[in-house]
Design a protein around this ligand. Structure first.
Ligand SMILES: [Zn+2]
Length: 457
């Protein structure tokens, strides 16, 4: 009888990006996620040069770049197998990969991949919905369960069948991927109704933090928009194009519908965010029950705001950036490192009537972080600008469960078969705190080391 072996080559050992987890059984390698590393020059180098194992099958938990970003390179290097995901994950992945190829096309030297590799990658997808059992082969059946993180995000239940002298033994291993929050405004809370797992590979991004309640978003957003528009300014919102932009549009739509904020123009100035919003609109099967009842059942689109304009060409984008008329502008990139948001910041940052509203995590060293830290002067494209606009951060936005929410989720699932939890996808402090909390609750657990081979059974 052969053993099942698990190991990781990314998003382990204190890392949160580059998710690549492997399970070996019966001479086959199954890869869960094929993510890129993020966070500057060094990770970019690793995306081009790190060794990629050629698996027999790839299973994607969700579309985020740090979970899907190296798929085209894997295929460029000879992968011929299938990529299993939910339909919404396939569609979001396609947008994210094409965007990455476009950005890389401006770089010098070797590229991790090009647009043609992304197009080829899309041909490998085999999609199925939550709770549908996909028989991969005699050894493995894969089932997706809603992870509540972003549209289409899934936890993966791997049901392995081990043949014994007398009969068979079925064992379930669960990879959470990124685990969402109970209160996500668009998708249902993380599922709890999967078969009892023997092992869980659990993300730990916020293993030492707690988030504010999502209910606070409405009040804060209402306060910030009203305050800014009353003084004749613009609300400039740097946002990630996928999920966060759609959440903001949804919140603004509701505030406008209830008459709580004025119906000023709302510009969504990011081709990627516009495309992603289109993907959201065609995957209503992924929405939570509230959106299905409030909108879909009445034939309404949760993202259609009457005063919303999707900006496609650059000229219009620039003229909105230069305009001093009151408006709400949602633009990418989320940490203000590139993209059209740069023009909006350049033209808006020195006007005290404006507000720059931050709604996501800002890495050290990014323009977004400097704005968050309220540095008096910031440099953009070699030019110095005085930060006179008001700066706000809404902390309640997060697509990841915090440690209390993780423990709460664990308390609701069937742990009768659980032998051990393996922690991945978290910085060191987050992992050690979550590990301690898990031990306190009686869960045996271990922080996954890079490349270390774990013999499961
Ligand atoms: Zn994610």
């Amino acid at each position: 009888m052969k053993n099942i072996i698990a190991y990781s080559k990314g998003a382990c050992d204190g890392e949160v990006t580059g998710s690549k987890h492997y399970i070996e059984f019966n001479n086959k390698i199954y890869e869960i996620d094929c993510g890129a590393f993020q966070g500057g020059k060094e990770p970019e180098k690793r995306n081009k040069s790190s060794e990629l194992i050629q698996p027999d099958s790839v299973i994607l938990t969700h579309g985020h770049y740090d979970h899907s970003g190296l798929l085209p390179r894997l295929i460029k290097e000879g992968y011929t197998g299938k990529v299993y995901s939910t339909p919404a994950t396939r569609d979001l992945t396609s947008i994210i990969l094409m965007d990455s190829a476009k950005i890389q096309a401006h770089e010098k030297g070797d590229l991790a991949y090009e647009e043609k590799d992304c197009l080829e990658a899309m041909n490998h997808f085999s999609c199925f919905m939550y709770k549908k059992h996909k028989i991969i082969n005699d050894d493995l059946t894969v089932t997706f369960y809603n992870a509540g993180h972003i549209l289409g995000s899934a936890m993966v239940d791997l049901q392995f069948t081990k043949r014994k002298f007398f009969g068979k033994e079925k064992v379930h291993i669960l990879y959470t991927g990124d685990l969402g929050r109970e209160s996500n405004p668009l998708v249902n809370p993380p599922a709890t109704d999967f078969p009892a797992p023997k092992y869980i590979f659990l993300e730990s991004t916020y293993g030492n933090k707690t988030h504010e309640s999502m209910d606070k978003v409405y009040n804060e957003l209402q306060y910030i928009i009203n305050r800014t528009i009353e003084r004749g300014g613009k609300v400039i919102i740097p946002s990630f194009a996928v999920e966060r932009a759609q959440e903001i549009i949804y919140f603004i739509k509701n505030l406008m519908a209830e008459g709580k904020v004025p119906k000023v123009p709302v510009y969504i100035d990011s081709p990627m965010a516009v495309n992603a919003t289109g993907v959201f609109s065609i995957h209503s099967e992924c929405f939570n029950d509230k959106i299905k009842d409030d909108f879909m059942a009445k034939g309404k689109n949760p993202f259609s705001v009457r005063s919303l304009k999707a900006i496609s060409n650059y000229k219009d984008s620039l003229s909105i950036a230069k305009s001093k008329k009151p408006a709400i502008v949602i633009s990418a990139q989320g940490m203000c490192e590139a993209g059209r948001i740069i023009n909006h910041i350049k033209h808006g940052i020195e006007n005290p009537d404006n507000t720059i509203l931050l709604v996501g995590y800002m890495c050290e060293g990014t323009l977004g972080r400097k704005i968050l830290d309220k540095e008096e002067t910031v440099e953009i494209d070699g030019e110095k600008f005085k930060l006179k606009a008001e700066v706000h951060k809404i902390d309640a936005f997060s697509a990841h469960a915090d440690y209390k929410e993780i423990l709460d989720w664990l308390s609701k699932i069937d742990t009768s078969q659980l032998k051990k939890i393996y922690l991945v996808h978290g910085e060191k402090d987050a992992q050690s705190n979550l590990s301690k909390e898990l031990f306190n609750k009686g869960f045996d657990n271990e922080i996954v080391k890079s490349d270390f081979k774990y013999k499961l059974f």
